[in-house]
Design a binder for this molecule. Structure first.
Ligand code: PLP
Length: 437
């Protein structure tokens, strides 16, 4: 999707490395991530394997916090679980003090399983089912981000029945074009998300009078992979206006949830300028006297993960095809969003070979199973390993076992060591729950 905004020349291997300080090439060990040779991980656990770096996550979390701190802003970070819902990753963010933003009961339970307290969890999503709401209420969830009048009424009824009070913010659709890929834009009036600004004052007043509801404020989330602070400035200015309008009506507003969407550099371009972003937050909403929340996903985990794969074969068919043992059923973003992912070879000698164009594909029986077209890469013989970069967000969570391909293993690198956090699925597990009649 970054293709929609990236206009520079394609980075070569050296450019990719230079933009990613967590990677280094050692003459003996080849490509290393957070100090661990990727060959060591592949030797032990095979490929394809997801590799995540706790150090990268910690550094990214710290950078975001520092940007807010430099503006004297107190913004509570709720990690958006849908970007990568692995328990080990949720646990990294819990240890940093993050809460969670969830969009289903499954994510809510995952976050709790990783030790995140229910009061520290906010529930977003356009279609929360009654059973999911009941479960969240019973566990004492911190906040519901309500997306429609219908949901508000349903929540009031369910909370009243349960004898509890739901903390609520209304998700306002600010009708702002986030300048990102159409499939990940959420803040336009035509999108299914949120409540039109024009409807907020009346609904907020209604919420203030509904039983079982404690309405606290507003939320907005305008899309994903946003690289400029500008759309945020427009959206947050609208939110600030709305807070003033509501207060002018005598309504109390104490919370503003700033959403997620901070973009990362998938090529060698810089990601969102965090200092500029934090300055926008300060300028537009810093003086409102509300508790600020933010729900980043991709920014925190995207560059902190990669998919490590092996070359099955190189095929010459008019052009060169590099066929990997990883496929779209692992990493679907290229097929789904035309996303561009950097690809680095793992062998040290491969960084010096001549690079020629190749299509990098998976073995799945779909033309869309293509990771890269005309990518300049060295000669990659069978068994050579490659790393598909920036795959920590919206990677493993979107995996399937299409073509009866078992789920890949995953490994967490932390403090120079690596730990298996999901074993590779066994073939017989693919049908273990099926009923043969
Ligand atoms: C997906 C989502 C996020 C996280 O988006 P990123 O682009 O990964 O930061 C945050 N809030 C809501 C409501 C979402 O739907």
């Amino acid at each position: 999707m970054a293709d929609a905004v990236f206009t520079g020349p394609e980075p070569d291997l050296a450019d990719l490395l230079a933009a990613r300080p967590a990677f280094a090439v050692h003459a003996q060990d080849g490509l290393c991530f957070e100090g661990v040779p990727l060959n060591a991980i592949a030797d032990q656990y095979g490929t394809p394997v997801w590799v995540y770096g706790a150090g990268s996550m910690q550094a990214r979390y710290a950078a975001l916090q520092a940007a807010f701190k430099a503006q004297s802003l107190d913004v509570h970070i709720h990690y958006a679980v849908k970007a990568n819902d692995h328990l080990a990753i949720l646990s990294v963010f819990r240890q940093l003090g993050a809460g969670a933003d969830v969009v289903s009961q499954g994510e809510f339970l995952r976050a709790q399983r990783a030790g995140i307290a229910p009061q520290n969890i906010v529930y977003s999503g356009v279609g929360k089912a009654a059973t999911e709401i009941e479960a969240a209420l019973a566990q004492g969830i911190g906040q519901f981000n309500v997306e429609s009048a219908e949901e508000l009424e349903m929540l009031s009824t369910l909370a009243t029945h349960a004898g509890s009070t739901a903390s609520v913010v209304l998700r306002m659709n600010p009708d702002v074009d986030a300048g990102t890929h159409a499939k990940i834009t959420t803040g336009l009036a035509e999108n299914k998300f949120g409540i039109a600004a024009a409807d907020i004052p009346e609904l907020y007043a209604r919420a203030a009078n509904l039983p079982g509801i404690s309405v606290r404020g507003l939320a907005l989330h305008i899309g994903s992979q946003i690289l400029s602070p500008e759309p945020y400035a427009t959206a947050y200015a609208k939110a600030a206006d709305m807070v003033r309008t509501l207060r002018g009506q005598g309504l109390e507003v104490t919370v503003l949830d700033l959403g997620g969407g901070i973009g990362i550099g998938y090529h060698d371009e810089p990601g969102m300028n965090l200092a500029a972003f934090a300055a926008v937050v300060k300028r537009e909403v810093g003086g409102l006297g509300v508790q600020l929340l933010m729900e980043p996903g991709r920014y925190l985990v995207g560059p902190a993960g990669l998919l490590l794969a092996s070359v099955v074969l190189q095929k010459q068919a008019g052009k060169r095809f590099v066929v990997l043992d990883a496929a779209m059923n692992e990493l679907m973003r290229p097929a789904l969003y035309e996303a561009w992912h950097g690809i680095l070879p793992v062998g040290a000698h491969l960084f010096h070979g001549a690079a020629t164009p190749a299509d990098v594909v998976g073995p799945v029986c779909e033309s869309a199973d293509c990771f890269a077209k005309d990518r300049a890469l060295p000669d990659l013989s069978p068994g050579a390993r490659v790393a598909l970069l920036d795959a920590g967000a919206y990677g493993a969570v979107m995996s399937s076992s299409y073509n009866a391909r078992p789920r890949a293993a995953s490994v967490l690198v932390a403090n120079g060591q690596f730990h298996l956090i999901t074993p590779r699925q066994r073939l017989e597990d693919l049908w273990a729950d099926e009923i043969l009649i």
